[in-house]
Design a protein around this ligand. Structure first.
Ligand SMILES: Nc1ncnc2c1ncn2[C@@H]1O[C@H](COP(=O)(O)OP(=O)(O)OP(=O)(O)O)[C@@H](O)[C@H]1O
Ligand SMILES: [Mg+2]
Length: 436
């Protein structure tokens, strides 16, 4: 954002470096709100609430940011009915008198969903036991992908190979200092997750974070790069310093591609400095004793654009391909996205078969479209009906797996630029799929 103030920028980076620091996040949200950026303030307050459910300050801030009159503390989820003027005077005023909450067209979707929720039959064909009638305790929370820390590796459906590698690369050595000492150097350095978009790289990293708690620093590189000159390098340094203090600690560098293309192609000298700083920090990890127990996990969709210097031995020298979800993973993902929707006798097996090569994001899209179709139907006919297998299969048919273009590009790289066997995993996968 070009017009972003330095204060907001550095706060944003600070929040990214310490995602669990609720007061810091709320301070940031206050500033956003004061700047009239209500939507962003709402989003920050929401994240704060995930970290500290029920936090009164976060709740109050969210209410203010949404332009609603403060609700009684007992009923936080209730939507305020009736006309409400935005309280933040600097907020851009909308022409419609609607409350600025979500997309509420003429048809009352909430009421409709509520109505059908009362008449829900067996949700899945072959699995009638998961009662979601009362209070949805324990388990349901584990599925809350939006709450960092709440996702555990067990929540990642399928993908056993990926999980095993992560267990060996980070989790076992973190839990077991003896093991770390025993294997010493070979456990240092970093692991680069790569694969088509929407297939769970970020999600998996969050699951690792859930396993490790405080010893996991998430950094989205695009946030670091929002900084003014010189600040990005300092930020990167600070992040790694924090990691060293908290060792054993995993630093997760998400969206590594934000660093741009290979250094030679990166004309912007600021970016080059950032890459250099990252190299310095990674080397620190590889050599100095002070860096013992600092592991780096990174993710990208375009590994071939990642500066080759970043991938030298001791840096991000190991790669891990995150493929589109297998059948088990697809089932888990579908279950997750259908968990709160009014569905009836859904044949998951069929749906799983019909969604091969779909990414996690595609699957979410399928569920969304099916829900839309059923609700539109209900609105049209005036009588509410549940979402069926047919809706879902229909939606799946309409949606092309978004991973295809990625594989087309990746195929060329794997075939013609597989230096040092960097893409052996990918080649093996393409061979299995007969796409070579
Ligand atoms: N194995 C899985 N189990 C459960 N949910 C999954 C799994 N894989 C992906 N998902 C779901 O798919 C969504 C998209 O995944 P995610 O954002 O992690 O993809 P990504 O690889 O980081 O994509 P991008 O490259 O675009 O950043 C997640 O929010 C999650 O709900
Ligand atoms: Mg991601």
């Amino acid at each position: 954002m070009a017009d972003e103030s330095p204060l907001i920028r550095s706060l944003r980076a600070a929040v990214a470096a310490a995602p669990g620091d609720v007061p810091l996040r709320l301070h940031f949200a206050e500033l956003l709100l004061a700047g009239g950026r209500n939507d962003e303030a709402v989003a920050e307050a929401a994240v704060a609430l995930q970290h500290a459910p029920g936090d009164a300050d976060a709740r109050a801030l969210m209410v203010r940011a949404m332009g609603m009159p403060p609700a009684p503390a007992a009923a936080p989820t209730e939507r305020a009915p009736g006309p409400t003027g935005p309280t933040a005077s600097s907020a851009p005023t909308e022409s419609s008198p609607e409350p600025p909450v979500g997309k509420a067209p003429a048809f009352d979707w909430d009421a409709a969903e509520q109505q059908v929720q009362d008449v829900v039959g067996p949700r899945f064909l072959e699995e009638p036991q998961t009662a979601d009638g009362e209070g949805a305790a324990g388990d349901a929370d584990a599925w809350d992908v939006d709450a960092p820390g709440a996702v555990r590796l067990a929540d990642v459906g399928g993908m056993d190979e990926v999980k095993d590698r992560l267990e060996a690369a980070f989790l076992a050595p973190m839990r077991n200092p003896e093991l770390r000492r025993l294997y010493g150097k070979s456990l240092r350095g970093g692991l680069l997750l790569y694969g088509p978009p929407g297939c769970g790289k970020t999600f998996i990293a969050r699951a690792v974070a859930g396993e490790l708690g405080a010893n996991f620093l998430t950094v989205s590189l695009s946030d670091v790069l929002d900084m003014w000159i010189g600040a990005s390098e300092k930020n990167i340094h600070d992040i790694f310093e924090t990691a060293r203090r908290q060792a054993p600690c995993v630093v997760f560098l998400d969206e590594l591609d934000a660093l741009g293309a290979k250094r030679s192609r990166t004309h912007h000298s600021g970016l080059r400095n950032v890459v250099n700083q990252l190299l310095t920090e990674l080397d620190g990890i590889a050599s100095g004793a002070g860096n013992e127990g600092v592991f780096v996990l990174a993710a990208t969709n375009v590994p071939w654009d990642v500066d080759i210097a970043l991938r030298r031995p001791g840096r991000l020298d190991r790669t891990l391909l995150v493929l589109p979800p297998d059948a088990t993973a697809r089932e888990a993902i579908l279950r997750y996205h259908l968990r709160e929707r009014p569905i009836e006798a859904v044949d998951l097996g069929k749906l799983v078969k019909a969604t091969e090569d779909f990414s996690g994001a595609d699957l979410a899209h399928v569920c969304e479209s099916a829900a839309e179709a059923a609700l539109l139907d209900s609105a049209r006919s005036g009588s509410v009906r549940l979402i069926t297998t047919k809706d879902l299969l229909g939606a799946a048919k309409q949606i092309k797996p978004s991973t295809e273009p990625w594989f087309a590009a990746a195929r060329n790289v794997a075939m013609f630029a597989n230096e040092g066997g960097l893409y052996d995993d990918l080649l093996a996968h393409l061979k299995r799929k007969r796409k070579l």
